[in-house]
Design a protein around this ligand. Structure first.
Ligand code: BGC
Length: 459
């Protein structure tokens, strides 16, 4: 079985240490999922407790997304200046503060402020986690191990659904729903304190001996570590920073990062994640069974992300991304057709659930993990933080726009029009990926950077 190679390699001797590092670092992803997922259930109860109106409710959701845009921007600087490791410790501390402040909020503006603070940590951790993991992982398993972060995002969303469901009949439940996020936040801050620095960051700071020490722990042999160290050193001789990331020669790479970022959001994933019960209730099922059916969307997302982890290093990023995006487009086209036909809605409401399931399964093997993975692979080291920060800011901004305007869009251009519009974005992305996206499987981060450079010069 293809995926078994990944497991065999990942559990081999020294790689177990890499797995442990990846799991701790990916706690940042878990909180990303938990904090974005928990609010939909908590909203049902916050409203009357805090006397919050519709505007406040939208602000509880939107404040986190805007905080994430800003967090991603600042993290571009912090990951270089303070290190990936310290940036993640700080993100863990902010997660704790934001979760406690949300749980203790007495007024709607206090909760909006607390959600904004949480957003800063979410935006920061969203890209520093995959960046840190990919800089430590051996190239043979880098795709799967880095995508642990996506698995943790999806687990966080699922955990939020489960916590919301389990606490729905208790008093002060929304305070617990929001406050519980402090625990993984604390685990992240403490866990990262005991992790090594990224060897690539150490080389950039001229701490070559320490970098070699870390590499020797995470590579099979000293020779392998030395070879990689030499490659990293060669790359760090170049200038870095935001200004360099905007140089004309680097723009094609920035464009790939941004197209991946926009495609991941404009294909409409978060309307499904945040509004699955609502979409299903459009089909006329009761709200109870809509929530239960939505849970199956969360479970499918988890299972297929696991499958992607097993396959990314075997079949490569490109085939999974192309197949996954095509699957999303077909599912969106079918979902649109379903809403366009009143007889289907009347006689076969199960079709909507099937479309949502195939949609999320396709997202989970393609755009979900591949966006975060590829932006941690394609940029040369000196500009990696700044360029990842630009892609991530684009991703959170698009997320904010799509999730804020979903319901408005369905009123303006109908439900079918909305899903077909997302499908149209998917087709455009598919063409771009087919023509421009490089394969990054099995190559060192430095080789990828060099090959892309040569390709651009030749073009
Ligand atoms: C996306 C999130 C989305 C999640 C769902 C992540 O890769 O960035 O916006 O909610 O996947 O699985």
């Amino acid at each position: 079985m293809p995926g078994m190679d990944f497991l065999r390699e990942a559990f081999r001797g020294g790689n177990r240490y890499v797995l442990r590092l990846a799991i701790v670092a990916a706690l940042g992803g878990f909180l990303f999922g938990y904090d974005t997922g928990v609010i939909s259930g908590a909203l049902l109860f916050i409203g009357k407790d805090l006397g919050a109106g519709e505007f406040d409710e939208q602000a509880f959701v939107g404040a986190l997304l805007i905080g994430a845009v800003l967090g991603a921007l600042v993290a571009g600087w912090a990951a270089d200046a303070l290190s990936r490791r310290r940036t993640k410790i700080i993100a863990g501390v902010i997660y704790v503060v934001g979760a406690l402040a949300s749980a203790l909020a007495q007024t709607a503006p206090e909760l909006i402020a607390a959600r904004f603070v949480l957003g800063l940590a979410v935006g920061t951790a969203s890209f520093v986690a995959p960046m840190y993991i990919s800089e430590l992982a051996p190239k043979r398993i880098r795709g799967g191990v880095t995508s642990f972060n996506q698995l943790m995002i999806v687990s966080g969303i699922l955990a939020a659904y489960i916590v919301n469901w389990a606490l729905k009949d208790t008093t002060e439940n929304w305070r617990w729903m929001l406050g519980l996020g402090a625990l993984p936040g604390l685990a992240l801050a403490i866990g990262m304190y005991f992790q090594p620095f990224s060897p690539r960051w150490l080389v950039e700071k001229g701490r070559k001996d320490e970098a070699r020490e870390v590499l020797c722990k995470v590579r099979k042999s000293e020779d392998e570590a030395d070879e990689e160290l030499a490659e990293i050193e060669q790359e760090t001789s170049e200038e870095g920073g935001f200004r360099e990331a905007l140089r004309p020669q680097v723009r094609p790479l920035i464009a790939i990062g941004l197209v991946l970022a926009f495609a991941q959001q404009f294909i409409g994933v978060n309307t499904v994640i945040y509004y699955a019960p609502k979409i299903l209730s459009f089909t006329g099922v009761g709200s109870g069974s809509a929530i239960t059916q939505a849970l199956s969307v969360g479970i499918t997302n988890f299972v297929f992300t696991g499958i992607a982890i097993l396959l990314l290093d075997r079949v490569g990023r490109r085939p999974l991304l192309l197949a996954g995006t095509a699957g999303c487009v077909v599912s969106l086209a079918a979902l649109g057709a379903f809403f366009a036909s009143s007889s289907l809605q009347h006689d076969a409401s199960w079709i909507a659930l099937v479309c949502l399931i195939t949609y999320i399964a396709s997202f989970a093997i393609g755009l979900g993990p591949v966006f975060w993975l590829m932006i941690s692979e394609i940029f040369p080291l000196p500009i990696r933080s700044s360029a990842m920060s630009i892609s991530t800011v684009g991703n959170w901004t698009a997320n904010f726009l799509v999730s804020s305007f979903f319901l408005t869009l369905t009123s303006a251009i109908t439900r079918e029009g909305t899903f077909w519009l997302y499908g149209g974005f998917g087709i455009a992305a598919l063409v771009f990926f087919a023509l421009r996206l490089p394969e990054t499987k099995d190559r060192s981060l430095e080789q990828i950077g060099r090959d892309l450079d040569t390709a651009e010069q030749a073009a």
